[in-house]
Ligand binder design. Structure first.
Ligand code: ARG
Length: 641
């Protein structure tokens, strides 16, 4: 905001400035890209000079492709002016009439049908230096992490769960590496399955029941499950939804299919009633998810799902227009639009064919993802986007390749699909909602705490509230600790709840023991200080670090030295297991230290013992820091007392 204001002062038309700036480039982009600010200003001046709309001018300006060619490039053919317009003359005219001196630009020069602009040195020094220094490590490092992304009215599957836990880790990792991170939940809130949900509501839903229901989300989910089961009988259910590709033309035409499609069509056409119902279901779902994710310590910045681009027909139309104009998409005999990758590059031939629009004219999962890439680019201007999605590899390859075909080669390079193999569809056999999974997990941990956990587990870890926290970390460790993401896993209650091995309870237990030892050492030090001969100014004992020069302490320190390298390796590979297994090495070495029984060495004074304790306390403090740092990256909250 300060920057925008600063620019207002530079150009001297503050109010108009703000309006221009926020008119078509979102504040987010402006604040993230200095060039976007210049571009927004330039489009106003150029719009006036060539007599076109601001937005049209904005679209015709792009960052220069190579150094020496100016910083911004005004591409006149992109203005789509009426045929017969002499672009060369127009370019010359722009150069002649461009105001000079200009606070932001040097006088432009003509290059065929381009007009090229250099940013003025005066503005660069004034704007860019503070801009970069303000952002420091975050300059040029914006990552979008898209994860979880369940579907409206459908079960929260195990792959959604793993995506949630893995995605939280990825987002934390980027943040720790100094990136600005946006967490996005791409809800499956559009497509034919939404038609089925609407149909279910029309058949079985009641506003009265919903208003009084203690758990509105469960009520909706129940209705969805009922209509889904009914549809399954008729082949209209969203079986294919499990692949995420719920809505490619399935070519069947039972009654229920027709009704489902008609209901969805009403929504796509923007019929008020249909939209109202859809909004209601969406709001209820988001409220439920937001509060349930909070139990996992996960919060999203953005819940814009598949509907976002679909409810903005312009965004879709723009992408489709280019797909058609450039011959990337073609129409088939049945009326559907497809991208046949074999026709565009032999290397991409194995990608097969992607459907852009189904034969009945409805949008597809594929089209929505392609349009969303461009939309997010405008909204966020990201440097990296990570999709944390189980399987769907072919789908993402198609989306990324299409971004490349659309001339967004540099963008395609910023897209990354973090894939993993899906386990069984439902967690623990039959938990269908995220909240149920978490409840179940707490129940398992509480049960184990009361029965199988050994006696020396501190009492506070067994208490209900804390057991809840332990349960969440158990789930996280269980989901992340897979040597290889392509491993299929289901729920293993033993692995979830055990207090030994690489499990959540083992980690929390070690952490609790460490804290306990630390407070004992502190108490002892305080007592020793109190016993000091009364000079009144007790400084406490100095640390005797030489007492740590042997195993196991020195081995623990060696491990702690490695943490930053482990974190970097985990960032490079996005493998949480790297951090997890490291933390368990620390836990093992730590317990060797804590297990040492000090025998009374003859000749050791109380003073010596105190100095050794101080050294150990410092070591354990450092260990605690490393454990906490590692746990935070994995999105595990150290259990509080
Ligand atoms: N909602 C989809 C599913 O449940 C996952 C969405 C993945 N993200 C994406 N950009 N396509 O399978």
């Amino acid at each position: 905001a300060a920057l925008v204001q600063g620019l207002g002062v530079v150009v001297g038309e503050e109010e108009e400035e703000e309006a221009v700036l926020t008119g078509f480039a979102t504040p987010d982009v402006l604040l993230h890209q200095p060039l976007a600010i210049y571009r927004a200003h330039l489009s106003r001046t150029l719009g006036r000079l060539v007599g076109c709309g601001l937005e049209q001018a904005y679209d015709a300006i792009q960052p220069a492709s190579s150094a020496g060619n100016g910083d911004l490039d005004f591409v006149l053919p992109k203005l789509k002016l009426p045929d017969g317009t002499k672009l060369q003359d127009l370019a010359a005219d722009v150069v002649k009439k461009f105001p000079r001196p200009h606070p932001l630009f040097l006088p432009p020069f003509k290059d065929g049908v381009h007009v090229r602009f250099f940013l003025s040195p005066e503005s660069l020094t004034r704007i860019l230096i503070p801009y970069i220094l303000d952002r420091r490590g975050k300059y040029g490092k914006k990552a979008l992490v898209e994860f979880s992304s369940p579907n409206l009215g459908q079960d929260f599957r195990t792959d959604h769960l793993r995506s949630t836990i893995l995605g939280a880790f990825v987002a934390n990792m980027y943040e720790a590496m100094g990136w600005h991170v946006v967490r996005i939940n791409y809800l499956g809130d559009w497509g034919k399955q939404i038609g089925l949900l609407g149909l279910g509501w029309i058949k079985y839903g009641s506003d009265d029941v919903l208003a009084k229901h203690a758990d509105p989300f469960r009520y909706i989910h129940g209705i969805a499950a009922r209509i889904d089961a009914e549809g399954e009988g008729q082949g209209a259910a969203t079986a294919a939804a499990a692949d995420g590709c719920d809505d490619d033309d399935d070519g069947s035409d039972t009654d229920m299919f027709a009704e489902r499609d008609a209901t969805f069509k009403r929504l796509e056409d923007g019929e008020a009633q249909a939209v109202e119902l859809w909004e209601k279901m969406r709001d209820i779902s988001i409220a439920y998810y937001a509060s349930t994710y909070a139990r996992l310590g996960v919060a999203f910045d953005d819940y814009s799902g598949e509907s976002l681009v679909c409810r903005n027909p312009e965004a879709l139309a723009r992408v489709e227009a280019v797909l058609r104009a450039e011959g990337i998409a073609e129409q088939r005999g049945d009326g559907s639009w497809v991208v046949d990758f074999a026709k565009h590059s032999p290397a991409a031939a194995r990608l097969g064919v992607a459907v852009v629009r189904a034969r009945d004219g409805t949008t597809t999962y594929f089209l929505r993802d392609v349009a969303t890439v461009l939309d997010r680019l405008e909204d966020y201007s990201f440097d990296k986007m990570v999709y944390v999605v189980g399987e769907q590899d072919a789908h993402f390859r198609q989306v990324f390749e299409t971004a490349r075909l659309l001339g967004q080669g540099d963008v395609a390079g910023r897209l990354h699909h973090l894939s993993f193999t899906r386990g069984p569809a439902q967690w623990g056999g039959d938990a269908r909602l995220l909240g149920d999974i978490l409840d179940r997990c707490e129940e398992y941990v509480r049960r184990a705490a009361a029965s199988t956990w050994p006696d020396d587990v501190p009492a506070h870890l067994r208490r209900t509230a804390v057991a809840g926290q332990v349960a969440i970390s158990s789930l996280v460790v269980h989901e992340l600790n897979i040597r290889n993401r392509s491993h299929t896993i289901g729920l293993d209650v033993e692995l979830l709840t055990a207090t030994d091995g690489e499990t959540g309870p083992a980690l929390q237990l070690a952490y609790a023991r460490l804290r306990q030892t630390l407070s004992q050492l502190k108490a002892a030090a305080a007592a020793a200080a109190a016993k000091d001969p009364a000079t009144g100014t007790s400084t406490g004992a100095a640390a005797d670090y030489s007492s740590l020069w042997d195993a196991p302490w020195i081995e623990l320190l060696r491990l702690l030295a490695r943490f930053p390298n482990v974190a970097t390796a985990a960032f490079d590979s996005l493998e949480p297991e790297t951090i997890l297994s490291y933390l368990f090495l620390v836990v093992d070495e730590l317990s060797c230290c804590l297990d040492v029984v000090d025998d009374d060495e003859s000749g050791e004074t109380e003073e010596d013992a105190a100095r050794q304790s101080v050294a150990r306390a410092r070591l354990y403090q450092a260990t605690r820091q490393v454990l906490e740092n590692g746990m935070r990256l994995l999105n595990i909250t150290p259990a509080a007392r």
